[in-house]
Design a protein around this ligand. Sequence first.
Ligand code: C5P
Ligand code: MG
Length: 164
Amino acid sequence: MTLPPLPYRIGYGEDAHRLEEGRSLVLGGVPIPHARRGAVAHSDGDAVLHALADALLSGLALGDIGHYYPDTEEENAGLDSRVILERCLALVREWGYRPANVALVVTLDQPKLGPLRSDIARTVAGLLGLPDTEVGVSFKTSEGLAPDHVQVRVTALLERAGDE
Ligand code: C5P
Ligand code: MG
């Protein structure tokens, strides 16, 4: 595959997980205290990092993480989402791009995540090698429409490396 050398490319990713009692909830690499329920998932269920990894891949039309890490493969059980993100980031770099800024929206009814906004921004920024200012973090409730789910949507702007 060849890619036209666009100066910028936009990527978009989504992920959703069902929530169940007795599981932990991790979002953007940050454990969520007081979450009564956590994500049901084949991996560690970090919906932020999964959606972010998909956003990076989609900006380069490289498919999605399920293509690289099928949830039917035993070796992917409990896989650390940070490892998935690092590998997707490595692919972005191999294709001559780097993340410029990202925006993520977490839809979750409970608990309130506002107090964790800067922790999540800092952790995600650290994983991407970006300043905290380049990671926008928004929270929404589903207004009771999906109380048993966490849903994440991410846009990522990629810029061509070397075009300072
Ligand atoms: O979805 P809604 O507009 O009702 O959310 C109101 C506010 O609650 C949002 O601006 C958001 O910052 C905050 N919120 C939060 N934690 C959540 C969901 C929403 O802090 N889990
Ligand atoms: Mg509202």
